[in-house]
Design a protein around this ligand. Structure first.
Ligand SMILES: Cc1ncc(COP(=O)(O)O)c(C=O)c1O
Length: 383
């Protein structure tokens, strides 16, 4: 089986992630931050260690500003619903995932104003269109770092400068870039960073992160036990406890820590260069096949390791079904939870077949996928 669905979740994980999770469940599977015994303290320390690793990777100063969530969707919901109030204006782009679009749409019904800035057919965003959309009540610019459909990398640095100059907060969805591209929250002026733990950060499913810049007053979404200030009936004000009620996903967070350690030890540049090289090879090979339409920038320097294609007018689900059944190649088809992106690219009716490479893929995987596509094209030609 060749796994080319890393944009959904990375697979496999580094060996150290499996070992760390097993070690946690067997070795110190106590509830952190609650009891005071040795095992509980060890569990608490292991969670704090992951907070510190997150800080190291994203140049965050204070580990207490790192909130653990269950996925990027959870982080985006907390950021958007915690920040925006009726009468506020938010600007987003036409390349967003539904995890961004749906919470914003829900907020619109509560009186939050929304402007969706149009990207071009390749998903490229002109930062000046964001600046032009800023109004007196604009509170937030909320955007992805890279499209999960076309891979298009967004000009986050330029938008960060605009946001800082105009006094508007910047929320970045790093679902397709974290662990592969450098994200320095200070350099990029990112106020809120939403991340899945289970994609490029190589942790297990059920993990996510929200970084909240110090000083931002974000409402919490739920109340409950935090192990701190147990004498009061209200949710404590301290971060991260304010946002982390209930028993945390300790084994998951430990696995996420091991994933981030793997990235730091391997080197983020090495990971990106490998993925870039796979993307480049695949793009160049695909360009040679007649009948294949490639969407997005078609340039490995301008897109994450995500390539969306179609073959003629064939149903994208049909192609991915054949890739799975006949060639043992796992990809994703359809709208990829991003209908606005497909409207932008003109692929709303057909969807796309998406190939997404990860660090553990090889050139051989790419060549096999290309051969499979050639074969499918030939078969279709002969029909
Ligand atoms: C750009 C983008 N944002 C958000 C998400 C949601 O991530 P999660 O499944 O961790 O909630 C995804 C998932 O594919 C994504 O690609």
């Amino acid at each position: 089986m060749i796994y080319l669905d890393n944009a959904a979740t990375t697979f496999p994980k580094p060996e150290s992630v499996y070992k760390a999770m097993d070690g946690c469940l067997r070795g110190f599977g106590a509830n952190p931050g609650r009891s005071g015994h040795k095992l509980a303290l060890e569990a608490g320390r292991s969670i704090y260690k992951t907070r510190e690793l997150v800080c190291k990777l994203f140049n965050i100063e204070n580990p207490m500003q790192v909130i653990f969530t269950s996925n990027a969707t959870d982080s985006l919901n907390l950021a958007l619903k915690g920040l925006l109030k009726p009468g506020d204006h938010v600007i987003t782009t036409s390349m967003e995932h539904n995890s961004m679009v749906r919470p914003i749409t829900a907020l619109e019904s509560l009186g939050v104003e929304n402007t969706i800035v149009q990207c071009d057919k390749q998903g490229i965003l002109d930062p000046s269109t964001i600046e032009a959309a800023i109004k007196t009540n604009t509170k937030l610019i909320a955007m992805t770092h890279a499209s999960n459909v076309a891979g298009t990398i967004m000009p986050v640095e330029e938008v960060g400068k605009i946001a800082r100059r105009k006094g508007v907060y910047l929320l970045v969805d790093g679902a397709q870039t974290a662990g592969i591209y450098e994200i320095d929250v200070q350099k990029l002026n990112i106020d809120l960073l939403a991340l899945p733990g289970h994609k490029g950060l190589m942790g297990p499913q059920g993990t996510g992160i929200l970084y909240i810049r110090e000083g931002i007053d974000l409402a919490h979404m739920k109340e409950g036990g935090t192990g701190s200030h147990s004498e009061i009936l209200q949710q404590p004000d301290i971060t991260p406890d304010r946002y982390e009620s209930g028993t945390p996903n300790t084994p998951g967070i430990v696995g996420l820590g091991a994933g981030i350690e793997f990235i730091i030890e391997t080197g983020i540049d090495k990971i990106r260069e490998h993925e870039e090289s796979l993307t480049n090879t695949m793009l160049e090979e695909l360009k040679k096949i007649e009948g294949i339409r490639i969407y997005g920038p078609r340039d490995a320097k301008k897109q994450a390791a995500v390539i969306s294609i179609n073959i003629g007018d064939e149903d994208s689900s049909e192609i991915s079904y054949v890739l799975d059944k006949a060639f043992d190649i796992a990809v994703r088809s359809g709208l990829h939870c991003a209908p606005l992106a497909h409207r932008t690219m003109g692929t709303f009716d057909q969807g796309t077949v998406r190939f997404s490479m990860g660090y553990f893929n090889t050139k051989e995987d790419v060549y096999k996928a290309v051969d499979a596509l050639k074969h499918i094209c030939e078969e279709l030609d002969g029909e």
